[in-house]
Design a protein. Sequence first.
Lengths: 365, 306
Amino acid sequence: MSTAPRPLPGWVEIGLMPLVNVALAFLLVGLIVELIGADPLQALKLLVLGAVGSSESIGYTLYYATNFIFTGLAVAVAFHAGLFNIGGEGQAYIGGLGCGLAVLALDRYLPGLLTIPLAILASAAFGAAWAAIPAWMQAWRGSHIVITTIMFNFVASALMVYMMVNVLIAPGSMTPQSRGFEASAAVPSMQAALQWFGIAVARSPLNLSLLLALLSSAGVWIFLWHTPWGYGLRTMGHNPEAALYAGTNLKRMTMLAMCLSGALAGGVAVNELLGVHHRLVLDFAAGYGFTGIAVALMGRGHPLGIVLAALLFGALQQGGAELAFEVPAITREMVVVIQGLVILFSGALVHLPRPWLQALFARKG
Amino acid sequence: MEEVFTLVVATLAATLRVATPLVLCAMGGLFSEKSGIIDVGLEGKMLMAAFFAAATAAVTDSAWMGVGAAIIAAEALALLHGFACITHRGNQVVSGIALNILAMGLTVVLGTAWFARGGQTPPLSAGERLNPIFFPVAGDNVIVYAALLSVPVTWWLIERTRFGLRLRAVGEMPLAVDAAGISVPWLRYRAVLLCGLFAGLAGAYLSIAQNAGFSRDMTAGQGFIALAAIIFGRWRPFPAFGACLAFGLLDAIAIRLQGVKLPGIGEVPVQLIQAMPYLLTLFLLAGFIGRTVAPKAAGVPYEKEH
């Protein structure tokens, strides 16, 4: 830079810049909608209505958001440690294997109050284990975590297809899915839970996993900003040499960050398998891991930002489905386009609007 | 005896068919990585190119127009990658991932809007495709030969030209290149554009040569296998080419082995063979086969000092 970068006021840096980034992405989306011959404003209206127009659609939005909170947190925790975990997809998938194995082994012998926590722990443990191998390879062998986690996604997918088709398939079933879990091993749906308090809402896949996701967000916040380990983790992300000098064991910290990240990704399995499908199925994690990158980037790695970004992406997912239903020219994949553009503008091109904002708000000196 | 011969020839031809897009992508990726720009977006470039190749060929009835459109589409994404990573010094991995996801969505969105076939393009007739030149059974279309040619050309460009010398230097130590008065961004942009050219050809191969039209997600991870091949070949053209052939052979064998019981081993799970390129690369990366040497400045944005 020929001129020293002039600092922006805090609220512009934290509040306005991310909004400008997202606005740029949506501007492009509007252009694409225009290009394929639909009306962008009409599309936006349908999308918003589809996402929050009824208690059923709100339920769907929150159900999708639950997955995005888990994967967004997973990406963010690793990111704070300076590690780019692209393997959320595979970790969630293998987390599901752990979840499924636990329930299939226990649900006929233990009450739900024991089975469910054990299944949640199994999801987290399997997710963490799947992240631990690339973490080990990064820490002790110096192999790039981006490459290894990409490869592990493919290996996870192959492993799961093998397990589902050859091992875990329900006897007599034509489709590769396990036997149904016992009703006791189901995480209660939000509809049932609210019924306990006399509140009536429409049926939707939304279940109490949302609370687990919110608890995890709070937990991540406390861990990262209010514990010595979190401090060490963030120090490593900012400056590994400083962290080393301060006595942090970088190898162990890499393992800790990645295992935590994988465990969080395993939360997707809780929401999908214990909350919705009630059996082990193929491809239940499809796409959520990658969207987690967009969520984490948009939420700037902060749990509160991640919850908000997850809500936005949940609304997009649900509203996009409704929009595709209403307007034949637009397909559900429009949501994927939006995700890609948000990752581009909030991630790789994050500094694009800086000069413009500097011209507007820069402080002298 | 003749049966064995036929089987071997058929398997080799299948290997070459599968390896062609891998080879092109790997050579393209090599240019980018050598210049210090990591490209995990090979997959997206190839997918976008495949879509525009098939769409253009279907509309214009010309395979060559399709090839041209494929290259333009891949170059557009390559330029976007360059704009984010070189001009704006953004995170190269994030940019690559973004382009992959964008391509995944945009191909289906545009395909559905234009052709209303659930994301597929209309099936192409023989006249709208690139057809085999000498051996109809082997599928030796022009892009297969281009892929074979791309390997020595890449080697020559990187190892034997002034451009290649500077390219390798900018991937190892951009500061030195800058100090010598050579523009780092311009060098890297050229590398990224070369990458787009090769990825574009690979995409065109998928949709208008190997297949007769585009179907959603038809790249199916091949961009990442090409990335694995680059690592496997330790960022050198001929070894990377060998890795592509090996991965192609694995794929050809996987198809043959489906449901076959091997003596002593039993049935080999197809999924295991499909995961083999990734598993082998992981073993390599873990250092069990030998150390890998990536260009030192790969992934690090270059900040010019004044």
